[in-house]
Ligand binder design. Structure first.
Ligand code: NAD
Length: 290
């Protein structure tokens, strides 16, 4: 398949490389990042899109996606599919899809989970919004870049699934860290708390798989001095998107709002954005009751 790829950063570069290694003809463009091995460089986003059956974008945010899409859509071949894998606001995803469809193109929003490790290994999970026909076209590419693609419904529903998932993750991680901090002060050993909670009704991915306490549970960023993993600034981005979406549709998300405020302080006031988001545990452990 002939593929255009715009946004060759930490995620986009390994995804484009995997598609090229699987035998696809990938033409890529990025404002600053180098073109990865096996990918042909283009001088602009429009040039990368010309003649491609699928054009993939992996960009920082919704505003950038909208401006890049305005350049891509007129340059794309009729019937081609615009496949956005960035994490952006639901509104931008739906606006871009409507523009692409009005121009006779297919459109999918397909944000990912799995991080840079998953992008390198080709084991990402895609959460996909858009038509059945566009999903069928992109399916073989999801199979190369990832291990799972869930079709969540129409345009924007991939982004909706992503931000709901990550809001749940942010909230459960905060709750797990609070549990450890409270246990410390009650004189309850962290390993004992893990042994109980990980097999009791308080269990979660945050406790069982990605435990924020060093030396406890399976290996996680806590065991590497909180090197990411999933950086706190990216968690803050996703929590903010959840609150933007909740505001837009008048949804009540009080613990999501609290988690957002906590990560705002952690990232913006305390400068911890580059650390893994689980580094919020030592912060809780060091603090007293506000
Ligand atoms: P990144 O900043 O490394 O890459 C983004 C790339 O887009 C950069 O190389 C930048 O130069 C390029 N870019 C910006 N504007 C452009 C333009 N107008 N034209 C062409 N290129 C342009 O970010 P990333 O870590 O690769 O993340 C990309 C997306 O994936 C984000 O939406 C992020 O939220 C999401 N995501 C990231 C992770 C992760 O662990 N890094 C995990 C899941 C989802």
């Amino acid at each position: 398949m002939k593929i255009g790829f715009v946004g060759l950063g930490n995620m986009g570069a390994p995804m484009a490389r995997n598609l090229a290694a699987a035998g696809h003809a990938v033409t890529g463009f990025d404002l600053t990042a180098p073109v990865p091995e096996g990918v042909t460089g283009a001088a602009s986003a429009a040039e990368a899109a010309a003649g491609a059956e699928v054009v993939i974008t992996m960009l920082p945010n919704g505003a950038i996606l909208r401006s890049v899409a305005a350049e891509l859509i007129p340059a794309m071949a009729p019937g081609a599919v615009l496949l956005d894998c960035s994490t952006v606001d639901v509104e931008s995803a739906r606006a871009v899809a409507a523009q692409a469809e009005a121009a006779g193109l297919g459109a999918l929003d397909a944000p990912v989970s799995g991080g840079t490790g998953g992008a390198e290994a080709g084991t990402l999970t895609f959460m996909v919004g858009g038509s059945d026909a566009a999903f069928a076209t992109a399916r073989p590419l999801f199979d190369i870049m990832g291990q799972k693609a869930v079709h969540c419904g129409g345009a924007g529903n991939g982004q909706a699934a992503k931000i709901c998932n990550n809001m749940i993750l942010g909230v459960t991680m905060v709750a797990t860290c609070e549990g450890f901090a409270l246990a410390d002060k009650l004189g309850l050993d962290r390993q004992a708390l893990f042994d109980v909670v990980s097999t009791s009704s308080g269990y979660s991915w945050s406790m069982n798989v990605y435990c924020p306490a060093p030396g406890i549970g399976p290996e996680s960023p806590a065991d590497r001095d909180y090197a990411p993993g999933f950086a706190a600034e990216l968690m803050l981005k996703d929590l903010r998107l959840s609150q933007q979406a909740a505001e837009a549709v008048d949804a009540d998300t009080p613990t999501g709002a609290t988690a957002t405020a906590l990560f705002e302080t952690f990232v913006e006031t305390e400068g911890m954005g580059k650390k893994d988001f689980t580094a919020i545990l030592p912060r809780f452990a060091a603090k007293g009751r506000a």
